[in-house]
Design a protein around this ligand. Structure first.
Ligand code: APR
Ligand code: ZN
Ligand code: ZN
Length: 354
């Protein structure tokens, strides 16, 4: 639904941003479908970039006219997890994220005089947003804001999982389950790391073709056959050095665990449902020497890493234009969600003025 809503000016530690573009990500769909429980009504959108229009008291690291990528991990900078380099686990903000409010527990958005919630403190499916200052990552101005928007979620999550969490070694073999916005960026991250063999698995031939264009050396269509067997065949019968899951499905998480070789590393990137679980053979897994980990937001530190990811794009080492399959105005937000279901493009962007 598209509504005219009221947006109050930024308070202390907050910033107002004119949104230029906002990608439609699977996590927004999870809120819409109810798979992610969230207070309603809510303005979704968490993969955005724009231009700062106003700053509240105490904000020093950005000023009006700055270009910013919006990070969906507001972080206080001083709690245990922020100091540990895991801002996406920040203790100070986690309640506000799930309450759909700003950090002080109130909303800047109102609909007919009643509070309207902010998804991930960003609510970027709107012309303007008020966000915590820590969500604003200032970036160079010579990069299209549509491209920068993608860095706020899919790129940081995918490339980050390969670079910052797995730290893929040069010459390695990897397999990536799922070639959506996140998966193809894992492929790109593995390529940047110097992986020699990059096996992409999906059920959608269009997405496999894009994965190949972005650096996959082998693609496996998982419809109707067991991709794990194919991965083993392609890796000398052993399995891959690194296996990534970017779907969020317990069955494919299990496949990723199986498809890693003994002593290999598995990184679960796709987000499962809170009620779901994965099966680990107590006898087989414990004898496998495998390292199993997850990567939330790609293990990235937004303020540190997002400007670098943008530099990699400018240097031609990260392909981001290729990820934008379709641009739509806000009036086509429902069609944009339908694009997610069809899966014919990697990303649809809601574009305001990028
Ligand atoms: N086997 C192989 N591929 C599959 C399967 C399956 N069983 N099920 C789905 N896929 C493929 C789809 O065809 C699609 O290309 O997985 C891909 C998922 O891509 P998107 O839906 O575009 O999701 P994306 O935005 O990349 O996010 C992936 O990461 O951040 C999380 O919440 C997000 O859990 C989601 C995951
Ligand atoms: Zn997202
Ligand atoms: Zn913190």
């Amino acid at each position: 639904m598209i509504e005219d809503v009221t947006l109050s000016p930024p308070r202390a530690g907050e910033v107002q941003v004119r949104i230029a573009a906002s990608g439609v990500c699977r996590s927004d769909h999870h809120v819409m479908s109810g798979a992610t429980r969230h207070p309603m009504p809510v303005v979704c959108g968490h993969e955005g970039a724009g231009v700062v229009t106003a700053v509240g008291p105490g904000v020093t690291h950005v000023k009006p006219a700055d270009h910013v990528v919006l990070s969906w991990a507001p972080s206080c900078g001083s709690c245990f997890y922020c100091r540990a380099g895991l801002p996406a686990q920040c203790e100070a903000f986690i309640k506000a994220v799930w309450d759909g409010t700003m950090i002080d527990g109130t909303t800047r958005l109102k609909l007919d005089g009643r509070p309207l919630h902010h998804y991930c403190l960003l609510a970027s499916f709107a012309e303007q947003a008020v966000v915590p200052a820590s969500c604003c990552v200032p970036i160079r101005k010579d990069v299209p804001l549509a491209v920068a928007a993608l860095v706020g979620c899919a790129v940081a999550t995918g490339v980050g999982a390969a670079l910052y969490r797995a730290k893929v070694a040069p010459g390695a073999s990897v397999v990536v389950f799922g070639c959506g916005g996140v998966g193809v960026n894992i492929v790109q991250g593995c390529l940047l790391s110097g992986a020699e063999r990059i096996i992409a698995v999906d059920r959608n031939p269009a997405r496999l073709a894009i994965a190949r264009d972005l650096g996959a050396t082998d693609v496996v269509d998982a419809s109707g056959r067991d991709p794990v067997e194919v991965v083993r065949q392609l890796t000398g019968g052993r399995g891959a050095d690194y296996a990534f899951e970017a779907i969020g499905n317990p069955a494919t998480m299990g496949q990723a665990i199986e498809a890693a070789r003994r002593g290999g590393t598995i990184v679960l990137v796709g987000l499962g449902g809170h009620a779901e679980s994965i099966h680990l053979g107590a006898g087989t897994f414990t004898r496998s020497d495998k390292l199993l980990t997850s990567a939330y937001y790609g293990g990235c530190v937004p303020q540190r890493d997002m400007p670098k990811l943008i530099d990699l794009y400018v240097e031609g080492r990260l392909k981001l234009d290729e990820l934008i399959g379709r641009r739509r105005p806000l009036s086509e937000i429902n069609e944009a969600f339908a694009d997610l279901a069809t899966g014919d493009v990697i990303r649809t962007l809601i574009v305001f003025d990028a």
